[in-house]
Write a protein that binds this ligand. Structure first.
Ligand SMILES: C[S@@+](CC[C@H](N)C(=O)[O-])C[C@H]1O[C@@H](n2cnc3c(N)ncnc32)[C@H](O)[C@@H]1O
Length: 215
C-alpha cells in the first residue's frame, strides 16, 4: 500500500532543518515580519503544522506562548528537542475538529503547510472557532500561476503527485479569498515571496502569505 502524505512527510523530518538551510526556506522570517505588528508579548499563538518549530521560533522569542499541532511524530520530537512550543499535539490537520477550546488564541499561523493538505476548508472554520475576537490568522500557500502537471480536483484546487510520492496542492487566490470571506476574516496584508530554491532542480517556488483578522 502506498504511504500516505503524513507517513512520507514523517520520513523527511530528520533532514528537514538541513534542507531548509540548503533550499533557503524564507517563510519563517516573512511570516514573523508580516505578523509582528498584530502580536504582543504574552499572546497565545497556535501553529498549524509546526514542524520543527522554525516559524514559531521567532514568535516564542517575542514572548508569545506557542501551541503546535502537527501530524508527524518525528517533526514534533525535533521541535520539542529545540524547546519550541509550550504544548505540542499530534494531530492530522485533515481531520477536524481540532482538540482545542473555542475562543482560545490571539493568533494562528500556518506556514508551508497548505500545499500538503486537502481539504483546507475545514481549517478556516476551525480558525474562526478557535480564535478570540479580532484574532489574527496568518498563513502561506503555494502560488497557482503555473498548474501544468497538476490536475484540477475542484474549482480553484489542483493536485499533483510529486516524485517523492507526496500529493501536493495549489489553491487559487479566489478560492482562499472565499474561505476568508465565508469565515468573517478581513485581509490586512497579502504578499508573494520566493519561498525556496531547489538548487539541484534549479527550481524556484513562490508562496503567498496572507495576514487576516477576524471581524
Ligand atoms: C514544510 S513543513 C513546514 C513546517 C513549519 N511550519 C515551518 O515553517 O518550517 C510542513 C509541515 O506540515 C506537516 N503536515 C503535513 N501534512 C499534515 C497533515 N495532514 N496534518 C498535520 N500536519 C501535516 C508536516 O508534518 C510538516 O511538519
Amino acid at each position: 500500500m502506498p504511504l500516505s502524505n503524513l507517513e512520507l512527510v514523517n520520513e523527511f523530518a530528520k533532514d528537514y532543518d538541513k534542507n531548509i538551510l540548503k533550499n533557503i526556506w524564507n517563510g519563517p522570517q516573512i511570516i514573523f515580519d508580516e505578523t509582528r505588528e498584530f502580536i504582543s508579548s504574552g499572546n497565545l499563538i497556535l501553529d498549524l503544522g509546526i514542524g520543527t518549530g522554525e516559524s514559531s521560533k521567532r514568535f516564542q522569542e517575542a514572548n508569545c506562548i506557542i501551541t503546535g499541532l502537527d501530524g508527524s511524530p518525528k517533526m514534533l520530537a525535533l521541535c520539542k528537542a529545540k524547546n519550541i512550543g509550550k504544548k505540542l499535539v499530534l494531530q492530522n490537520l485533515e481531520e477536524t475538529p481540532f482538540p482545542l477550546k473555542t475562543d482560545a488564541f490571539n493568533g494562528i499561523i500556518s506556514n508551508g503547510v497548505f500545499h500538503l493538505i486537502n481539504p483546507i476548508k475545514p481549517i478556516f472554520s476551525e480558525a474562526k472557532r478557535i480564535l478570540k475576537s479580532k484574532g489574527i490568522f496568518a498563513f502561506s500557500f503555494e502560488n497557482s500561476d503555473d498548474v501544468s502537471n497538476y490536475c484540477e480536483i475542484e474549482k480553484g484546487v489542483w493536485m499533483m503527485k510529486a516524485e517523492s510520492g507526496v500529493f501536493t496542492y495549489k489553491y487559487s487566490e479566489q478560492y482562499i479569498a472565499e474561505l476568508l470571506n465565508q469565515n468573517n476574516f478581513t485581509v490586512h496584508s497579502h504578499k508573494q515571496f520566493l519561498a525556496y530554491v531547489d538548487n539541484e532542480l534549479q527550481k524556484e517556488t513562490f508562496f503567498t502569505i496572507i495576514v487576516a483578522q477576524l471581524k
